[in-house]
Ligand binder design. Structure first.
Ligand code: SF4
Length: 209
C-alpha cells in the first residue's frame, strides 16, 4: 500500500479552530483543483512511500496529532487504511480538504476542515461535495466571494466558519479584503448564528512551514 506525498514535517496548525496545535503534517501530492496560490504546486516533487514508511516517519516526528492535507487527500488511494493505522496509535487525526468529494473516509477523522474554493464554484454544484464538516474556511480570493460563502453555508453543516486572507504568492497577503468580506457576511447573518471569523496563517507569521 503506497502513498504519493510531497512532504511530511512537524509544525503547528496555523489556521482555524486548532490554531497553535502541534502536529505532523502529511502532505499529499495531487489535487482535483488547481488554485494559482496553492501551497502544493503541481511542480512539487512527489515521492512514493509505503504505509509502513509513513508510520515510521510519524513515529520519529513524535507529535500526538496528525494533519492530513494536500494536495487533496480524499482522492488518494488507501486513505482509510492510513487513518485507521494512525488512530490505532492513539493519535488525533485531522483532515484538510477542499470539500469537493464527500468521501466515506471523512467519518474516520477526529476533525474535518473544509476549504471550498470560489474559483471553482460550478464544481461545487455537482452534488458530490461534503455536507458536514467541523469547520469551513473560505479564502477571500477576490471581492466577489460573498455569494459563494453564503451558498456554502446553506449547503454545509459546520460548527465554525472562517474567512482566510489570500496569500497571492507574490509577497502580499490581502488582509483588508478578508476583513471587508467578514464584515459583509456577518451583517447579513440572522441573530444567534455563529459569526464568520478571521483565520490567518499563523505559521507564516511565525516563519514556520
Ligand atoms: S484545493 Fe488546496 S491543494 Fe488543491 S489546488 Fe487548491 S489550494 Fe492547492
Amino acid at each position: 500500500m503506497d502513498y504519493r506525498l510531497t512532504e511530511m514535517f512537524s509544525s503547528l496548525q496555523g489556521e482555524g479552530r486548532w490554531t497553535g496545535r502541534p502536529a505532523t503534517f502529511i502532505r499529499f501530492a495531487s489535487c482535483n483543483l488547481a488554485c494559482p496560490w496553492c501551497d502544493t504546486p503541481r511542480s512539487a516533487k512527489a515521492k512514493t512511500l509505503s504505509l509502513a514508511a509513513v508510520l515510521e516517519k510519524v513515529d520519529a516526528l513524535g507529535d500526538r496529532g496528525v494533519i492530513v492535507t494536500g494536495g487533496e487527500p480524499t482522492i488518494q488511494p488507501h486513505l482509510g487504511a492510513l487513518v485507521r493505522a494512525l488512530k490505532q496509535r492513539g493519535l488525533w487525526v485531522a483532515l484538510e480538504t477542499n470539500g469537493l468529494v464527500d468521501a466515506p473516509e471523512l467519518a474516520l477523522f477526529d476533525h474535518v476542515a473544509a476549504s471550498p474554493k470560489a474559483a471553482y464554484a460550478a464544481r461545487y454544484r455537482g452534488g458530490r461535495h461534503l455536507t458536514r464538516a467541523n469547520e469551513v474556511r473560505i479564502v477571500a480570493e477576490n471581492a466577489n466571494v460573498a455569494d459563494f460563502c453564503r451558498e456554502m453555508r446553506a449547503r454545509i453543516q459546520a460548527d465554525d466558519w472562517y474567512i482566510s486572507p489570500l496569500d497571492d504568492g507574490k509577497g502580499r497577503i490581502h488582509y483588508r479584503r478578508a476583513h471587508q468580506l467578514l464584515a459583509k457576511l456577518n451583517a447579513d447573518l440572522p441573530a444567534g448564528e455563529t459569526p464568520w471569523m478571521l483565520s490567518i496563517q499563523t505559521h507564516k507569521v511565525l516563519g514556520m512551514r
